[in-house]
Design a protein around this ligand. Sequence first.
Ligand code: PDD
Length: 281
Amino acid sequence: RFAYVNGRYVRHSDAAVHVEDRGYQFADGVYEVCEVRHGLIVDLTRHLDRLDRSLREIRIAWPMTRAALISVVRELLRRNKVHNGLFYLQVTRGVARRDHVFPADGTPSSIVITARATDPRIIAAKNANGIKAITVPENRWDRVDVKTVGLLPNVLARQQAKEEGAQEAIFVDAEGCVKEGAATNVWIVDGNGTLRTRPADHGILRGITRTTLMEVAEKLELAVEERPFTVSEMLAAREVFITAATSICFPVVEVDGKVIANGHPGTTAQKLREAFFAVAE
Ligand code: PDD
């Protein structure tokens, strides 16, 4: 296996960044995770547009041109023989003596890319059986619309979910409304059959899968409302599902130990998932 680190393809086991990389010391960086299906990168343009936005929001320079980045990603996928899987890319503010303020102008940003194949059987099992989730109070900063590598609250929430026998933790705001999962967006199908997901204001990450799935829903002539919903509404929903580049559309069959609908994955999530790859680019 290979990784790409600051201009070089290196063996994955030897891939390393400097101890004074600002990503390591301050989580001063941003990232993207993209799905690879049948050799094609899913929604690449949208992911790179969001990377561009994240970089601008925290004022980090692109480490290379977009075209060069795309070639590197393709080469890394080729070297790792990833036909179905994902790649992770991270850009940080570079290496400099530890100091909270930005390093001197001209300090190059750091870039790291890894890629790996995923096991379709694990994904198929989650789709077939659904997953369990827990709710946790929102305790993150108010700029979670930026895809920063500072994910400690998400890490702790996911670990808590695991320790409670669940696979995702869902952040809930002070009003009792659902925000998003530790690494996913959350959707429900309400009693009228309408798809609902929270508006992508500054309170959540604007998921690329979320955006594409809205187009999928439109094609399938399903009603979608971007409107907040409460935990009680989620528990009473016909269906609950979560979306992310890594999971596309996983049904949630239990939240906080309470069964959703009849406890089996719903048909809407399945329809959306099946139509997804026809719409995603
Ligand atoms: N997470 N919300 C959060 C907090 C996320 O971290 C993610 C993605 C999403 C879904 O976004 P998208 O559809 O663009 O993947 C929503 C990635 C997959 C991760 O951290 O592994």
